[in-house]
Design a protein around this ligand. Structure first.
Ligand SMILES: NC(=O)C1=CN([C@@H]2O[C@H](COP(=O)(O)OP(=O)(O)OC[C@H]3O[C@@H](n4cnc5c(N)ncnc54)[C@H](OP(=O)(O)O)[C@@H]3O)[C@@H](O)[C@H]2O)C=CC1
Ligand SMILES: CC(C)(CO)C(=O)C(=O)O
Length: 299
């Protein structure tokens, strides 16, 4: 008897990695995909520096009508934020009255994104700490991390007990601050890597680090206006930490640029600009770079 039956909608880098963790914890895993693949493989770096591949036991389905009718305990939603409308048929098919929905995405105000599909009591927003890249359908390269930060509510305890492990689900009493803290990081890291077309090593350039700091300082001001208690020194700490990421580590938005896909900029630096405007907090650096991302994304 599996610990839980879960559907992963958005079986890319994040969805693929946490699908693997859920399968390892004994869950029955269904991957809801649009591009079929035979098997999900997680690639990591072994002690000798070579690749280690682990195959994940999971069902792969390409048609929402093919999902089992008996209902899922959990949906792990791990598309990009702007892809949610496109996966509406999957959400409609997979979410029933007894289903909880974990939203594994960057940005803030996660629960609002799935309000059309699930009651707020069924939704668990999650800040994702990982560095992973979907190299092709069914193949995820995991470089670092693998922790979800979630509100300290009953659903979170259930996720830790039945789908993942306690070490992978970190509870916080102030989720808004957690989400904003991560958004401050993404507003800068994802932007400078995507604009330069380079991985996080680009932050070792002092001029690029200065741009990242300017973006993050604006994001911190907006976060605080929105009630988040982001720590002092977050921008400087973040640049130091990102400079130390493993070789090859990029950002989820850079991977989209490299693959010629639409970008997630509106949910990241775009959210800083929009919410800043709501509070009258100026974000001149973010306002300046946002159209560049939009131009890359929309052509
Ligand atoms: N990658 C990372 O290291 C991190 C990412 N995040 C966040 O996690 C979230 C997910 O990012 P990430 O995993 O990198 O993204 P990916 O692009 O790797 O994965 C998204 C997945 O969603 C699938 N998808 C999109 N539209 C559909 C559709 N209509 N039907 C079925 N599947 C669909 C994509 O399929 P297809 O392959 O067909 O496009 C892809 O497999 C984002 O909010 C990101 O910001 C947070 C922390 C780190
Ligand atoms: C922090 C970072 C850059 C790690 O991958 C991330 O969240 C992303 O790639 O979106």
């Amino acid at each position: 008897m599996p610990s839980a039956r879960i559907a992963v909608i958005g079986a890319g880098a994040v969805g693929g990695y946490f699908a693997a963790r859920a399968a390892a914890a004994g869950a029955e895993v269904w991957l809801c995909v649009r591009r079929a693949f035979d098997r999900l493989v997680i690639v990591s770096t072994g002690a000798d520096g070579g690749d280690v591949e682990a195959e994940v036991p999971a069902e792969v389905v390409t048609d929402p009508a093919k999902l089992p009718p008996y209902g899922f305990d959990w949906v792990l939603l791990a598309t990009k934020a702007h892809q949610i409308p496109a996966v509406a048929p999957w959400l409609t098919a997979a979410v029933g009255p007894g289903t909880s929905v974990a939203v594994l995405q960057n940005g803030v105000r996660h629960a609002e994104r799935v309000a059309a599909f699930a009651h707020p009591d069924q939704v668990l927003p999650a800040v994702v700490y990982i560095n992973a890249e979907a190299e092709r359908p069914g193949v995820v390269r995991h470089r670092a991390g693998g922790v979800l930060q979630v509100p300290d509510v009953l659903l979170a305890e259930r996720l830790a007990e039945r789908v993942l492990t306690a070490g992978e689900v970190r509870l916080t009493e102030d989720f808004a601050t957690a989400a904003w803290t991560k958004l401050c990081v993404n507003s800068a890291a994802n932007t400078v890597t995507t604009l330069t077309g380079r991985r996080l090593e680009v932050l070792r350039r002092d001029d690029v680090a200065q741009l990242a700091l300017a973006i993050m300082k604006e994001a911190v001001a907006v976060a605080r206006a929105d009630g988040a208690e982001v720590p002092d020194g977050l921008p400087e700490f973040t640049v130091r930490r990102l400079r130390g990421q493993p070789p090859g580590a990029g950002t989820s938005m850079l991977y989209d640029r490299l693959a010629g896909r639409r970008l997630e900029h509106e949910a990241l630096i775009g959210a800083v600009v929009r919410i800043g405007a709501e509070y009258g907090v100026p974000t001149p650096t973010c306002v300046t770079v946002l159209p560049l991302l939009a131009a890359i994304s929309d052509g």
